[in-house]
Design a protein around this ligand. Structure first.
Ligand SMILES: Cc1ncc(COP(=O)(O)O)c(C=O)c1O
Length: 403
């Protein structure tokens, strides 16, 4: 893994303070560049939202704001508040996710968020009730669990039995209710196939399917128009360093062609991107506290584990990583070291699940060195089990953010 100089410098400055090093380091320049690049290549009508679940740190929200995203995709009231605190007006928020509470929906209606993405008939009625109480109307999208999945994706959100959205086969049962609820304004569909997709063709198949649904709805329901079409997130990043990156330009070109084929110009096409925007703007850096040889394999124990960086264990993959050598003096002459071998990295937690990486080829590592995990800007700290064993929260250091 290539480690930017600014990150290594920050690690060395932090290490020089003397305390055990365990932190995230963020440089959101890549995020800014990606948002600007995507905005410049997308067909007309495509609007980019930052899915803040990837990283809710204010610097990511500020970077999204300054780089010109349309708004923020939120999935809780806590996220709504963070987005507003970062400077996003409520009418730039779109709210997705199953299980929205009465309090959360009421906040949306009271503050006039842009759209609530309805995940079930019950949710539609709950929202409608709140709208009646508040004497307000709310724009909504209907989220569909399409009868389509992307097998190679890291996580799928469509296909099979899912907690997300309404099954495609039930669209005609649910949509008439929504159209009849007079305080809900039906604006279109949300169909999100999968997360972590590297093949742009797979995500384009989802877009085509959505356009077919839109066509059918507009044929079957007189006067109904799907003005907003939300494809969710899903652009992947190359965790395995295969060189097989997601190709946004090819995706954009494919979408432009589909828009023409299906005659759906002059609509809003929403993307809610998390991982693709945030992943390479963050590094998890944790000090090696111990190295043991256990039955022929080195166990490298770091200051932070799945309490601070759970994603590799949760997804069963290794993130790209490197070691920053600190040349610390040995504590005793028998102290183990790693030299040109494949090793296991774990944290300090009392569970075998506390794995940061396994079978990683390492040139050299010693106690006191810093293990650095890349592509940790997305779903890093936000997805971790911070409460387990009550270790202090890792610092989040910022070396650079956008203007
Ligand atoms: C509704 C919704 N939108 C967007 C995203 C962001 O997905 P990604 O990080 O793959 O772009 C997620 C991720 O779980 C999601 O659930």
């Amino acid at each position: 893994m290539h480690l930017p100089e600014s990150i290594e410098q920050c690690i060395r400055q932090e290490a020089a303070k003397g305390a055990t090093l365990n932190c995230y380091i963020y440089d959101t320049t890549p995020m800014q560049q990606k948002i600007k690049h995507l905005s410049s290549i997308m067909p007309q009508g495509v609007e980019i939202f930052y899915a803040m679940k990837a990283n809710p740190h204010p610097v990511f929200l500020q970077t999204a704001l300054a780089s010109g995203v349309e708004g923020i995709e939120i999935a809780s009231l806590g996220e709504a508040q963070k987005a507003v605190d970062a400077g996003f007006a409520p009418n730039r928020l779109i709210y997705t996710g199953p299980g929205k509470s009465v309090e959360e929906l009421r906040w949306c209606v009271q503050h006039g968020i842009r759209t609530v993405h309805i995940e079930s008939l019950t949710e539609a009625y709950r929202l409608h009730q709140i709208c009646c109480d508040e004497d307000k109307c709310q724009d909504v999208l209907l989220r569909i669990n399409a009868n389509f999945d992307i097998h190679e994706a890291q996580t799928t959100f469509s296909g099979g039995s899912k907690k997300f959205g309404v099954d495609e086969e039930k669209l005609d049962e649910v949509l008439p209710h929504i159209l009849n609820l007079e305080h809900l304004n039906f604006r279109g569909l949300h169909v999100y196939a999968a997360s972590g997709v590297l093949k742009f063709q797979e995500l384009l198949k989802n877009c085509e399917l959505v356009f077919q649904m839109v066509q059918k709805i507009e044929q079957d329901y007189a006067g109904v128009r799907c003005d907003i079409i939300d494809f969710g997130g899903g652009f992947g990043v190359d965790y395995l360093e295969t060189g097989d990156d997601f190709e946004p330009q090819a995706w954009a070109d494919g979408l432009a062609a589909l828009i023409v084929d299906y005659g759906v110009q002059e609509r809003h096409f929403e993307l809610e991107l998390g991982r693709y925007l945030a992943a390479d703007s963050g590094f998890f850096c944790t000090e090696i506290l111990d190295i043991k040889d256990s039955r022929g394999k080195k166990q490298v124990i770091c200051a932070g584990g799945i309490n601070h960086f759970r994603r590799p264990a949760a997804l069963g993959i290794n993130h790209p990583m490197t070691i920053v050598w600190m040349n610390r003096p040995k504590l005793h002459v028998y102290q183990e070291q790693v030299r040109h071998e494949r090793v296991y990295f774990g944290g300090p937690l009392c569970t075998g699940a506390d794995k940061l990486a396994n079978d990683v080829p390492i040139e050299a590592a010693d106690v006191g060195d810093i293990a650095v995990f890349g592509l940790a800007g997305a779903y890093g700290l936000s997805m971790s089990n911070q409460a387990f064993l009550s270790h202090p929260k890792p610092k989040e250091l910022i070396v650079s953010s956008c203007d």
